[in-house]
Design a protein around this ligand. Structure first.
Ligand SMILES: Nc1nc2c(c(=O)[nH]1)N[C@H]1C(S)=C(S)[C@@H](COP(=O)(O)O)O[C@H]1N2
Ligand SMILES: [Mo]
Length: 333
């Protein structure tokens, strides 16, 4: 049992400590953690050799042509690693140190604290999931991620009934991130989801691409992937997860409990351009461009980059449309 127990690497509040036996037992019962005596061949860890073993195929992966490794790892948006070109993040990748790494869990949950990356990954089974990724700028990729459902991780922190939203924070370290010198966005980069979106089985905690450890420019060591939303929701290099009861709104004078007025950096930057939901939607143009089509970066390059129709919810409507039933998707963009 011990080895499957998530261990706060810093001081644990006593109540949480005393509760742990019960909580872990509950997690085992819910199938979130493997039980005693089960083989741990699938237990996740970052491999020293850079290549994951025991990655399970995921039956619902898209069969569309994958964007080549070279494209996935050199055409990036990671503003903390630099701005001005899509290749700058990969060129500055070495400056980001991702080992050791820890994630702080705060807010409306029973098991808050600071967890090492090893603790975070250990009980999970890694899958390869091939998802479409649609950037709001109109380019798109098809990426074979390595990861596990984010909801399985969030459950382990025992969110309380007051946890209506989940907010994620990226590292913001000037020593390691040359892009922080530019005040393009208010750092740290933040993103938020409703608890239902965060718990949705398609929402991924990703630790790799193409069977390999996540390159820094793609958001090492652990990032979010929400395939039905514009790419900026898929926040990279997560150092904090905050469960909150309220979505801070644009214009709020009051700072949220987390100390930030806005849940999402892009929403804060320009709320009419980058809404809280940011679901991919060909019917809701960005104020400065249409969202009806996109360029699929499949490696062909140059003028032959295929232009394809953008799909509602990026093609994941069957899985996620129920989350937004009765909602005006233009107003709630
Ligand atoms: N911390 C952080 N996360 C981020 C970004 C960023 O600049 N900083 N860019 C976002 C945007 S705009 C996109 S399209 C995707 C791109 O992911 P990729 O580089 O792995 O394709 O990451 C998102 N996550
Ligand atoms: Mo993006």
């Amino acid at each position: 049992m011990k080895r499957n127990d998530i261990k706060p690497s810093e001081i644990t509040p006593e109540a949480v400590f005393l509760n742990r036996r019960k909580l872990v037992a509950g997690a085992v019962a819910m199938g979130l953690l493997p039980g005693c005596g089960q083989p741990d061949a699938t237990a996740a860890a970052i491999p020293d050799g850079g290549e994951f073993e025991n990655v399970q195929p995921w039956p619902a992966s898209t069969t569309e042509t994958k964007s080549p490794w070279e494209v996935v790892t050199t055409h990036n948006n990671y503003y903390e690693l630099g701005t001005g070109s899509y290749s700058i993040a990969s060129r500055n990748a070495d400056s980001l140190k991702t080992d050791p790494w820890s994630v702080e869990v705060t807010g409306e949950a029973d098991r808050t604290g600071t967890y090492t990356l090893e603790d975070i990954l250990q009980p999970h089974t890694l899958e390869e999931r091939i998802y479409r990724l649609r950037c709001v700028e109109r380019w798109s990729l098809v990426v074979p991620w390595v990861g596990f459902p984010m909801g399985d991780l969030l459950q382990r922190f025992e969110p309380r009934s007051g946890a209506k939203y989940v907010q994620f924070f990226t590292l913001a370290d000037r020593e390691q991130m040359p892009g922080l010198r530019n005040q393009v966005l208010e750092w740290p980069y933040r993103e938020g989801l409703t608890i239902e979106e965060a718990m949705h089985p398609l929402t991924l905690a990703a630790v790799g691409v193409y069977g390999k450890v996540m390159p820094a420019q793609n958001g090492a060591p652990i990032r979010l992937v929400v395939p039905w939303k514009y790419g900026y929701k898929s926040i990279k290099s997560i150092v904090r997860i905050n469960f909150t009861s309220e979505k801070p709104r644009i214009g709020d004078e009051q700072r949220s409990a987390s100390g930030w007025t806005w849940m999402s950096s892009w929403n804060q930057y320009a709320g009419n351009e980058y809404g809280f939901y940011s679901n991919v939607n060909p019917n809701r143009p960005h104020p400065r461009w249409s969202q009806e089509v996109e360029q699929r970066l499949d490696g062909t390059g140059g003028l032959s980059v295929p232009v394809i129709d953008t799909q509602l919810f990026n093609g994941y409507a069957d899985e996620v449309a129920h989350l937004y039933q009765g909602m005006d998707l233009i107003e709630n963009h």
